[in-house]
Design a protein around this ligand. Sequence first.
Ligand SMILES: C[S@@+](CC[C@H](N)C(=O)[O-])C[C@H]1O[C@@H](n2cnc3c(N)ncnc32)[C@H](O)[C@@H]1O
Length: 393
Amino acid sequence: MNDLAPLLTPEGRALLDTVRDTAPADELAVATRLRREYPAELVSAALGQARLRQRAAVKFGAEDAGRMFFTPNGVEQSTRASVATYRAECFQALGVRSVADLCCGIGGDAIALARAGIRVLAVDRDPLTVAAARANAEALGLADLIEVREADVTDIDTSPYDAVFVDPGRRGGRGRIFDPEAYSPPLSWAVEAALKAPIGVLKIAPGIPHEAIPAEAEAEWISDSGDVKEAVLWFRPDGTPGARRSILLPSGAGIWASPDTMLPDPEVRPVGRYLYEPDGAVIRAHLVAEVAEDLGGGLIDATIAYVTADELHVTPYATAYEITDQLPFNVKKLKALLREREVGILTVKKRGSAVEPEELRRKVLPKPYGSRSATVFLTRVAGAPTMLVGAPA
Ligand SMILES: C[S@@+](CC[C@H](N)C(=O)[O-])C[C@H]1O[C@@H](n2cnc3c(N)ncnc32)[C@H](O)[C@@H]1O
């Protein structure tokens, strides 16, 4: 079904309520039973929507997701509520009262903006996506604040708005798009639109090379529960062009550096008692030196983002491990060590190593040697392939 309308009728909504908790394994039986009462197409649309809602719960929470409407792409591409809420609060702090949300998808960002009391023009060119965004504004009681418009964003006059937010499509027929000029619309168009607005904000892929970031932008990398979710470029009049920030949700802890205060690469030093694995947002933002300074630490290798230090510090920006052993990369030696230490649970982490963690784990721990846990880091120390064994501190 490429139309949401039948699901928005009283009959469709009743059916959605009936199937909301259907487990995938029960779908066939449920469909067979319901087809006796409802049109087959409506039943499969409702079951499909229930499945999308279940998938969306990790992003939007079960309560909101259970009331919202999704398309398969819309679930994939939407901004999760934690990140969208953080961003809406940033807009709010800047005094923004209205936002043109260009490429609104099913409304992940628009919903958070409206909940922060911001008026939103939400634009998307895909009719089904627009229908979902509109249904979501309605379902969450935000229709007064969100105007949803089906249009190409390049045709929108954004001059009446305090800010422009662009979240371009970054998936094509063959999966993720890495070239920012292949985004829809292209990054260069989005940058121009952002620069025209009083405040312009662009969501981009976290892996964007720093050289591709326009000089006028402040760039921000956001992680949630340790996973990097997105990078965002901010163009604002009292910003600091060239600044870099990493934000760690849910705590909201952040590191910020301007081109004037950014630290040089940390020194390389021998592996000390502790190894710190910086959060991905810190690494992507190139702010490892700032964390290393806080920890009184250095790098284990000039090209690897693991920080080593002799002391244990509590930091939101990195996970600390106590290192007990350092060995050259050698599967047999690692196996012997794990046996000697009676390890039964092994976590394999890697940075700067081509080894496949699962494969290594099968080789070194074919069966549990005991009940202890260990973590092994496959990495390089001063250029040499190395294994560091330890445990979370
Ligand atoms: C990454 S998604 C947006 C997700 C949204 N921020 C959310 O949180 O739900 C990108 C959207 O851009 C839309 N899009 C791509 N090019 C467009 C264009 N030129 N005009 C309007 N919409 C466009 C796609 O249809 C897609 O829904």
